[in-house]
Design a protein around this ligand. Structure first.
Ligand code: ZN
Length: 212
């Protein structure tokens, strides 16, 4: 019976390390594994999944979630396990290919952020967690208070729900310290207010200079 393992949690919690460990353990046992990552995640490498601390493992690039099936079908040896990193990049599109793999008797392990920077549950975890055989929820440390981290807080405003970012754009926090990205009435994130220390001249001062 194929199993679905879901590794979730905030950024900097060791999710990719956990995924790599499970891939390596399976390979050590002789299991054929295919590792897939979203093509748009090129933060550290084009052809590998790499942890924030630099551990790497070769991976196939999927441009869309449907590509996951095509990549598996193109393998010379059919895999018994498919590992998918950063699965939230595919959002709810990931659910059908994952269920297709399971129906073919292929085990699946996925890793990704289950809560977005607005503090809301991220697809596809809303659907995957309910049908997972095992859910591994990773935690690091809250940047503000040192408690176990649960949330990924974005330090600068972003329009997209899905943002490729590294250590300089996100911090991990606990639920109590978490400051969600704000949405305006139009549903768009609010840009940070410019501060006077950033050298932004008041509008009337700019206009006075322009008419001098
Ligand atoms: Zn905290």
């Amino acid at each position: 019976m194929p199993t679905l393992t879901v590794i979730c949690g905030p950024m900097f919690a060791g999710k990719t390390t956990e995924l790599q460990h499970r891939v390596q353990t399976a390979r050590d046992a002789g299991v054929v594994v295919v590792v897939v990552k979203p093509e748009r995640d090129t933060r550290y490498a084009v052809d590998a999944i790499v942890t924030h601390t630099g551990e790497r493992i070769l991976a196939r690039n999927a441009r869309t979630a449907a590509d996951i099936i095509a990549l598996v079908d193109a393998e010379p040896t059919p895999p018994s396990l498919v590992a998918i990193d950063e699965v939230h990049f595919f959002a709810s599109d990931a659910v059908v290919p994952i269920k297709t793999l399971l129906s073919r008797g292929i085990a699946v392990v996925v890793a990704g952020c289950d809560i977005d920077h607005f503090g809301e549950l991220f697809a596809p975890f809303d659907e995957l967690i309910s049908c997972a055989n095992l859910v591994v929820r990773k935690a690091g440390l809250c940047t503000r208070c040192g408690a176990p981290s649960t949330h990924s807080e974005r330090l600068v405003a972003a329009v997209d729900r899905i943002v490729v970012g590294g250590a300089n754009e996100f911090i991990a926090t606990c639920a109590a310290c978490f400051r969600p990205s704000e949405r305006t009435a139009a549903g768009q994130p609010r840009a940070p207010e410019p501060r006077s220390s950033e050298g932004v001249a008041p509008r009337d001062a700019v206009e006075r200079r322009a008419t001098r």
